[in-house]
Design a protein around this ligand. Structure first.
Ligand SMILES: [Zn+2]
Length: 246
């Protein structure tokens, strides 16, 4: 039995290592294609190697994952040529980006996340909502409407945490932190009288807080308690990180 388990673990480990390298190579391949495209635009092919070298240096000096450093270099490249200047500040988050969608709502941006949609529907919904698509899918990026820039997009590596992905999005689109939206559904928050929602507030909270907000969509009640403050502090920290990396 022990031997069986040992073999099983070894098999799983081998599988994960293979998957990891597959993932890494897919991510590197995406950035390689993008860097080549920029380099051919400037007529300086050796720029591709320089950009990868800059990413390695950034990764070492700032202690970032290599994929994160590539994401930052790529974000700066897009910003430097104004590629993301006119992108809508409303987002459609692809499958796998539910956590990022919640953080974006907390940062004050409308962000829709509907898992289990096929690629064509995701693109159609992004267009219908006049949103910017955020995706981790490099196959999706090969579709003409995205490759040719007809649908605004931000690509984030799936190997990053949602906080790291948020740093890339904030940097790529130069987004400030706004007043929060409902993190559950993305609805706007409206101030409500304490008396009206008194029966929906924990009695201990009601003793020390007078300001309450209601989501216009799902009608959840919010207040600036410790949870709200922790999220605000974390968003401010992530925004500062997104500005400081160089
Ligand atoms: Zn809501």
């Amino acid at each position: 039995m022990t031997r069986f388990l040992h073999c099983r673990i070894r098999h799983l480990t081998r599988y994960r290592v293979r998957t990891f390298f597959l993932l890494v190579s897919r991510i590197r391949k995406f950035y390689d294609l993008r860097f080549r495209r920029f380099a051919s635009g400037t007529g300086v092919p050796e720029r591709v190697g320089e950009l990868f070298a800059e990413a390695v240096q950034l990764s070492q000096t700032q202690h970032l994952k290599p994929d994160m450093a590539l994401g930052i270099i790529h974000a700066d490249l897009r910003r430097s040529v104004g590629e993301t200047n006119e992108f809508p500040q409303r987002f459609f988050c692809d499958v796998g980006l539910g956590g990022l969608a919640r953080w974006l709502r907390g940062a004050g941006y409308e962000s829709v996340w509907k898992p289990n949609l096929d690629d064509a529907t995701v693109i159609r919904e992004t267009q219908r909502l006049e949103a910017t698509l955020i995706t981790t899918d490099s196959l999706m990026m090969e579709r003409g409407v995205l490759r040719d820039g007809n649908v605004p997009w931000v690509w984030v590596p799936s190997s990053l945490t949602c906080e790291e992905q948020l740093i890339i999005v904030l940097r790529e689109l130069a987004l400030p932190i706004r007043e929060p939206r409902c993190m559950s559904c993305g609805g706007s928050l409206y101030q409500v009288d304490k008396e009206i929602v008194a029966d929906r507030i924990p009695p201990r909270t009601a003793l020390w807080l007078d300001e309450y907000f209601e989501c216009g969509e799902c009608h959840q009640i919010f207040w600036r308690g410790t949870h709200w403050k922790r999220i605000t502090e974390e968003l401010t920290r992530l925004r500062n990180v997104s500005l400081s990396l160089s």
